[in-house]
Design a protein around this ligand. Sequence first.
Ligand code: 4NP
Length: 158
Amino acid sequence: MKKVLFVCLGNICRSPSAEGVFTKLVKDAGLADEIHIDSCGTAAHHAGEGADPRMKEHALKRGYDLTSIARGIDRKQDFENFDYILTMDNSNYNNVVALAADVDKHKIRRLTEFCSKHPHDQIPDPYYGGPESFELVLDLLEDACQGLLEHIQKEKNS
Ligand code: 4NP
């Protein structure tokens, strides 16, 4: 069992969408029993809330039903439990690295590392943006999640 944790700032836009996109890919690949998927935020002020209604609406149009409930990152358990900790932008990456013990820092990656179609090095925060910001998040996540699944499968077979 491999465990994948997506992390953003609020856990109401990017990381719940990453969780939704990756969950569908993993399920379609018949790997739901082999890969555990979760998401959280470095800030906990939206904890207990569902995903942002704008994000949910854009995701649903592409067939992703976002059901996760926001939670803050647990600086002990999350770093111990998960094998891959995927972050969204530079500030998010730096915040997560700063929370991790040295032995766990290698688990933390930028999710855009796994993009092959889009040259972006960050998944920008859509919270104060318009509809195109939410569409860009989904474009980047679909690209990155495909690459992430291929990466995990390759590592498993090596
Ligand atoms: P997320 O987006 O990190 O992708 O969930 C945000 C959600 C909420 C806020 C910022 C970003 N906020 O400032 O409340």
